[in-house]
Design a binder for this molecule. Structure first.
Ligand SMILES: Cc1cc2nc3c(=O)[nH]c(=O)nc-3n(C[C@H](O)[C@H](O)[C@H](O)COP(=O)(O)OP(=O)(O)OC[C@H]3O[C@@H](n4cnc5c(N)ncnc54)[C@H](O)[C@@H]3O)c2cc1C
Length: 602
C-alpha cells in the first residue's frame, strides 16, 4: 500500500481545517489536508466573522480578500424584531425593537480596540476562498473527496488510512501530528473523546434562497430580522437574514430563513411546509423564492473532555459545539487553529518540547467552556424576548391582543414598550459581546503569570478592557512603524515572538538579540516610544502597556502576551532565557506521557 509521510495531517476542510492549513503554510510547516466531500459545502451555515477572527486573517494575509467580498459592517449593524415584512393589517410591518450589533451604529468603542471590523461572509463563500488561499500556499496539499477511514498511533507517529472516494484506492498517511478538524464526525469517536452537555436541543432548518425583497425590507443596516407573528401558533417565529453576495442593503440577492423545530417533530422533514410558513410569517402570500438549498442542523451545547489524544488534537466543532447565538462556532474553530499551529511548528522544528502542545488544551478548553455556556444562555434569551413582546405560543388570540396593546398609543402601550426595552436589553449579550470576542484570555498554559489579577469582566460580555497581563491578547494601538501606520498587532509576524520595549533603554533589546542568536529563536524586538523607528502616534500604547518605559512585553506568535516585566531587570538576558525556557517548556517531557499509544480503527 502506498505511504505518504507528512509532519501534520489535517482532517476536514471546514473553517478550522482550512485555516490550519493556511497557518502552517505561512509558518513553513508542511501539511496535508483531506476532506471527504468533493468540494466545499453548499449551505450558508455560519456567516458572522468577529473582530478577533479578522485580526487572525489579517495576520495570515487573508483579511483583504475577505473584506473585498464580504458584507461591510454598516450593513450588519442592526438586529430587528418585527411582526411581518409585508401585509396591510393593523399589526403588520411593525418593529418591536432594534438593537445595534457587532460594532455598528452607536457601538463606536469597537473601533478603538481593534484594527479590524467584524464582517459577514457566509461559509458557503468563505470555505472556497480559504481553499483557494490554502492551495496557493500549499499546492497539492489539499485532497478533496478523500476520507479518513481509520487511524492509529504510537509514540513516534500517527498512521491514518485514507480512501480516495473517486478511485477507491486506499493509502496510508504517516504524520507526526494530526489536527482532527472533522466536526467530531470521525476521529473523536475513534479516540474515545467524550462530549458532554446539552444535546438535541432543536433541529434548525435553514432555507437558503434567492429573492428580491427590496420593496419590503426597509432597513439597509439590518443584518437579521426576527419575525414574531401571533397568527402562527407554535410556528409564530422565524429568522430572516441577508447574505449578499454583491449587494448588501435591501437589494441583497440571497437570504436565509431559519426555523427551529423540536428534534422529534416529524414535520421538520416536510419541505413542502416551509414555503407556506415563510409566506405566512412574512405576510407575502404570493412569495416565490428561488430555493437554493435546505439544511438541517441539530443544535447542541457540548464540550469534549480532552482536546489532546497523544499526537491527535481535536479542534473546532470536533472539540466544542454550540448554538448559533453569539456566532461562536466558526469563529472559535478558526481561533483554535491559530492557537495550535505555531505550537506544532515550534515543536516540529525542535525549538519547543512536546509539552508545549499540552498548552493547547489547557488554554483553549476553558475558553470553549465559557463560549458553550454563553451560547446556551444567549439561546435561552430568545423565549425571554417573546415573553417581553407578549407572544404566547400556541394562543393566537392572547398574542394578538397583547400585540395590539403593545403598539397602542396609550399608557398601557407605553408601559409594554418600556417593559420590552428592559427585557430585550439582555440581547446585548448576543450582539454586543465585545469582551467575549476580544477579552478571552489564558490563565494557564504557555504563559508566565505575573501575580496580577485580570481586569474585572463585564458579566454581560460587553465592556472589554485591554491589558498586557500575560495570557491576554496584545492590546491594539495604532503606531507608526518605519513611516507606516500599523497596529501593534501587525508587529507580530509569521511564527515570531515579539518583545516590545520602551525607547529609553536598549538593555532588553540587546538581551533579546543575544538570546535569539544563542538559541536560534525567531524573536523580533521593537521599541515603541515618542521617537525612533516605532512611534506611539497618539500615545495610546503608552496608556495601555502597563509596564514602565524600561519594562518589556513578550508577545507570542498568536498575539497573546506570554510574559512581561514591569520595569528593568538586573540581568535581562537571564530573565528572558528563563521566560523562554518556561514558555517553550524546554525541560518538560509531559507530552510523551500523554502520547498514550492507541491502536484504533473505525
Ligand atoms: C447545516 C449547518 C448550519 C449551521 N448554521 C450555523 C449558523 O447559522 N451560525 C453558526 O454560528 N454556526 C452554524 N453552524 C455551525 C458552524 O458551521 C460550525 O461551528 C463550523 O463549521 C465549525 O467549523 P469546523 O471546521 O470545526 O467543522 P466543519 O465545518 O463541520 O468541518 C468539518 C469537515 O470535516 C469533514 N470530515 C468529517 N469527517 C471526515 C473524514 N473522516 N475524512 C475527511 N473529512 C471529514 C467534513 O466533511 C467537513 O467538511 C452550522 C452548521 C451546520 C452543519
Amino acid at each position: 500500500m502506498r505511504e505518504l509521510r507528512i509532519p501534520v495531517l489535517i482532517v476536514g476542510a471546514g473553517g478550522c481545517g482550512l485555516s490550519s492549513s493556511i497557518y502552517l503554510s505561512e509558518l513553513g510547516t508542511r501539511s496535508l489536508l483531506i476532506e471527504r466531500h468533493a468540494s466545499p459545502g453548499q449551505l450558508p451555515k455560519a456567516r458572522y466573522l468577529n473582530q478577533r477572527t479578522m485580526e487572525v486573517f489579517r495576520q495570515i494575509g487573508v483579511a483583504d480578500a475577505v473584506y473585498a467580498r464580504s458584507m461591510p459592517l454598516k450593513y450588519i449593524s442592526r438586529i430587528r424584531w418585527c411582526t411581518s415584512l409585508a401585509g396591510d393589517g393593523p399589526l403588520d410591518r411593525k418593529t418591536f425593537y432594534a438593537i445595534d450589533s457587532f460594532g455598528g451604529g452607536s457601538l463606536t468603542h469597537y473601533r478603538a480596540d481593534s484594527p479590524c471590523e467584524s464582517t459577514l461572509y457566509p461559509q458557503v463563500r468563505l470555505e472556497p476562498l480559504l481553499r483557494e488561499e490554502a492551495e496557493r500556499r500549499n499546492p497539492g496539499g489539499l485532497l478533496y473527496y478523500h476520507e479518513l477511514v481509520a487511524i492509529e498511533q504510537d509514540r513516534e507517529s500517527v498512521t491514518a488510512l485514507i480512501r480516495d472516494r473517486e478511485s477507491g484506492e486506499e493509502f496510508k498517511v504517516i504524520a507526526d501530528y494530526v489536527i482532527a478538524a472533522d466536526g467530531g464526525r470521525t476521529i473523536g469517536p475513534i479516540v474515545g473523546s467524550k462530549l458532554t452537555g446539552a444535546t438535541n436541543m432543536v433541529d434548525m432548518v435553514t432555507v437558503y434562497f434567492r429573492a428580491d425583497l427590496s420593496q419590503w425590507w426597509d432597513d439597509d443596516h439590518a443584518m437579521t430580522t426576527w419575525f414574531v407573528n401571533p397568527d402562527g401558533g407554535s410556528w409564530s417565529s422565524g429568522v430572516l437574514g441577508k447574505l449578499g453576495p454583491t449587494k448588501f442593503d435591501r437589494h441583497s440577492e440571497e437570504w436565509m430563513f431559519h426555523f427551529s423545530f423540536r428534534p422529534d417533530d416529524p414535520a421538520r422533514f416536510d419541505q413542502s411546509s416551509l414555503l407556506p410558513r415563510m409566506r405566512e410569517l412574512l405576510k407575502l402570500p404570493e412569495f416565490e423564492p428561488d430555493i437554493i438549498g435546505i439544511g438541517h442542523w441539530v443544535v447542541e451545547g457540548v464540550l469534549a473532555d480532552r482536546y489532546r489524544f497523544g499526537r491527535i488534537f481535536l479542534a473546532g466543532d470536533a472539540a466544542h459545539r454550540h448554538p448559533p447565538t453569539t456566532g461562536l462556532g466558526l469563529n472559535s474553530a478558526i481561533q483554535d487553529a491559530h492557537n495550535l499551529a505555531w505550537k506544532l511548528d515550534l515543536v516540529l522544528r525542535g525549538q519547543a518540547s512536546d509539552g508545549l502542545l499540552d498548552s493547547y488544551e489547557t488554554e483553549r478548553r476553558p475558553v470553549a467552556e465559557r463560549n458553550v455556556k454563553w451560547a446556551l444562555m444567549t439561546f435561552q434569551n430568545h423565549p425571554l424576548t417573546d415573553v417581553g413582546i407578549g407572544l404566547v405560543r400556541g394562543n393566537a388570540e392572547v398574542s394578538q391582543s397583547n400585540f395590539a396593546a403593545f403598539f397602542a398609543d396609550d399608557d398601557e402601550g407605553r408601559t409594554r414598550r418600556a417593559r420590552l426595552n428592559d427585557v430585550i436589553s439582555v440581547q446585548r449579550m448576543e450582539w454586543q459581546a465585545h469582551d467575549l470576542e476580544l477579552g478571552f484570555y489564558y490563565d494557564r498554559g504557555a504563559i508566565i503569570a505575573d501575580g496580577t489579577f485580570p481586569p474585572e469582566r463585564d458579566p454581560m460580555g460587553g465592556k472589554y478592557t485591554p491589558t498586557t497581563r500575560p495570557g491576554h491578547r496584545l492590546p491594539h494601538a495604532w503606531i507608526e512603524h518605519k513611516g507606516e501606520r500599523k497596529s501593534t498587532l501587525d508587529l507580530v509576524g509569521k511564527g515570531a515572538f515579539l518583545l516590545i520595549t520602551g525607547s529609553d533603554d536598549a538593555t532588553w533589546a540587546t538581551a533579546a538579540r543575544q538570546l535569539a542568536a544563542e538559541q536560534g529563536l525567531h524573536l523580533e524586538v521593537v521599541s515603541i516610544g515618542d521617537t525612533g523607528e516605532c512611534i506611539d502616534i497618539d500615545r495610546r500604547w503608552t496608556s495601555l502597556r502597563e509596564v514602565s518605559s524600561q519594562g518589556a512585553v513578550l508577545v507570542r506568535p498568536d498575539n497573546h502576551v506570554a510574559w512581561r516585566s514591569r520595569g528593568p531587570k538586573a540581568d535581562a538576558l537571564k530573565a528572558l532565557r528563563d521566560a523562554f525556557g518556561k514558555i517553550l517548556m524546554l525541560d518538560h517531557n509531559a507530552g510523551q506521557t500523554q502520547a498514550d499509544t492507541t491502536r484504533l480503527a473505525s
